[in-house]
Design a protein around this ligand. Structure first.
Ligand code: ABU
Length: 387
C-alpha cells in the first residue's frame, strides 16, 4: 500500500478491505429494518431470528470471503481485514436500546475513499451503530503511514425514533390496485423510512466517477446526508443526487447503477444499469451529454434466485461486482448471462462462489472497501466544467 487514493470505481485496484463473518448476528428488527424470510414454506411458521447466526453459516461465508481475499492477494493486491467485535451484545444510548448488533461483512456500507479522504458514513440502523469499530485499527494504520490522508467521520445520528417514518412500511399496501397516475405519485414522492431529521447515509449509496460522485436518495441515505457530503467535499468533488423511482426499497447504489469504465475519445463510458430500476428520466441528460452509455444487466441467474432464506438484499446482488481495473471484474460464479455480457464488452471476468455471503448483507462489491486505486480526479462530465 502506497497511499490512500480512490477517485473511481475502475482505477487499477492496489489496496482493499474484505469483510469477515466472525461473530455475525441476524440484522435486528428495528424501526428502520423489518426482517423478511424469503422461504415461503417456513415464513409463516417462524419469527425473524434474533442473536448470533449458526456457526456453520458463518464458516461457509468466511470460506468464500477468504477465498476472494486470496484471489486478490495472488494478483498482487494488498488485502486488509477487519477486527470483528462481539456483535451479540445489547447496546444502549440515551434514546434507545437494542438486543444485539449485526456483523462486519460489508465495509462498503460504512466507509468510502474519495481521493485521499477516508469518510466514515453515518449509518441509520441501530444494529449498525458501532460498525465502524472493526475498521478503526486499519484506518489508524493507514493514517499513520500516509500523512496526506484525510479522515472525516460524518455526524453520528441519534437514531432516535424521530429519524424514521413508520408509515413507510404501509406505503405500498394495495399498490397494485391503484391507477397508473396514483402509482407514479407514490413512487416519485421519495418518502422512505429514513426521514430528514438528521444527516444519515450509508457509504454504499455513493458511486465515484473522478471529479463527480453520485449518491442515491434511498432508505439508507437522505438528502441531508447528500448535503453534508456536498459541503464537506466542496473543492474536492462535485456531489450529485440520483433517484431510482421504481425501486420501492432503494438501499445501496451498487445493485442499481454501476460505472464500469470511462468514456475514451469517441468510445462511450459504460454504466451497468438495472432494467427494473431505471434512473429518473430528468437525471439521464448529464450522462448522455457526456458520452456515457447505459447497458442493462441481464436478469439475475435462476441459480441464485430465490435468495437464501435470511438474505435481506434483492436478487440484483447479481450485478454487485468489483472492478479490479477498467478491463477486469469479479462477479458471482452463477451469473452466467452477466459473464457473457461482460466478456462481449471486452472484460476479463473472474468468477467466484459467493452465495453463502449473501445473507450477511450483500455480495462482492458490498463486502469490500477499495482504499487505493491507480486513478485521479479526472473530469468525466466536462459539460459541467464548461457550464
Ligand atoms: N447491499 C446491497 C443491497 C442492494 C439491493 O438489495 O438491491
Amino acid at each position: 500500500m502506497d497511499k490512500v487514493n480512490a477517485w473511481t470505481e475502475w482505477g487499477r485496484l492496489k489496496t482493499v478491505m474484505v469483510g469477515k463473518a466472525d461473530n455475525a448476528c441476524f440484522q435486528p428488527n428495528e424501526l428502520a429494518s423489518h426482517g423478511k424470510i424469503n422461504n415461503k414454506s417456513i415464513a409463516a411458521e417462524i419469527d425473524w431470528p434474533i442473536g448470533k447466526k449458526k456457526n456453520i453459516f458463518i464458516e461457509k461465508a468466511n470460506e468464500q470471503l477468504n477465498n476472494f481475499a486470496n484471489i486478490l492477494s495472488n494478483r498482487g493486491i494488498t488485502v486488509l481485514r477487519p477486527d470483528p467485535i462481539e456483535f451479540n451484545q445489547s447496546i444502549k444510548t440515551p434514546g434507545w436500546e437494542i438486543a444485539h448488533m449485526f456483523c462486519c461483512v460489508c465495509p462498503r456500507d460504512v466507509l468510502i475513499t474519495i481521493g485521499n479522504y477516508i469518510i466514515e458514513a453515518s449509518l441509520s440502523k441501530r444494529g449498525r451503530f458501532f460498525e465502524y469499530l472493526p475498521y478503526r485499527k486499519a484506518i489508524y494504520q493507514l493514517w499513520e503511514k500516509d500523512s496526506a490522508m484525510k479522515w472525516k467521520a460524518a455526524p453520528k445520528p441519534s437514531m432516535n425514533d424521530e429519524m424514521y417514518w413508520e408509515g413507510y412500511w404501509e406505503k405500498f399496501i394495495d399498490f397494485e390496485s391503484k391507477s397508473d397516475a396514483e402509482k407514479e405519485k407514490i413512487l416519485t414522492n421519495y418518502l422512505y423510512v429514513l426521514n430528514e431529521h438528521e444527516v444519515a447515509f450509508d457509504a454504499a449509496d455513493i458511486t465515484r466517477c473522478g471529479k463527480d460522485i453520485f449518491i442515491q436518495h434511498s432508505m439508507t441515505a437522505n438528502l441531508k446526508g447528500a448535503e453534508w457530503l456536498r459541503r464537506e467535499l466542496e473543492n474536492h468533488v462535485r456531489v450529485h443526487v440520483l433517484h431510482f423511482p421504481y425501486d420501492k426499497e432503494p438501499s445501496h447504489i451498487d445493485c442499481t447503477f454501476v460505472p464500469l469504465r470511462p468514456p475514451k475519445g469517441n468510445k462511450p463510458g459504460i454504466i451497468l444499469t438495472n432494467s427494473e430500476r431505471p434512473l429518473a428520466k430528468n437525471e439521464e441528460k448529464l450522462f448522455f451529454d457526456n458520452n456515457w452509455q447505459f447497458i442493462n444487466a441481464p436478469k439475475p441467474s435462476p441459480l441464485n434466485y430465490p435468495m437464501p432464506t435470511f438474505c435481506q438484499s434483492s436478487k440484483w446482488l447479481s450485478m454487485n461486482l468489483l472492478s479490479l481495473d477498467e478491463n477486469t471484474v469479479v462477479i458471482e460464479e452463477n451469473e452466467h448471462d452477466l459473464n457473457d455480457l461482460l466478456e462481449n464488452l471486452g472484460f476479463e471476468v473472474i468468477k467466484i462462489p459467493y452465495r453463502y455471503v449473501f445473507e450477511f448483507g450483500g455480495s462482492i462489491h458490498c463486502s469490500t472497501w477499495d482504499i487505493e486505486r491507480e486513478d485521479s480526479a479526472s473530469d468525466f462530465f466536462p459539460t459541467l466544467s464548461r457550464a
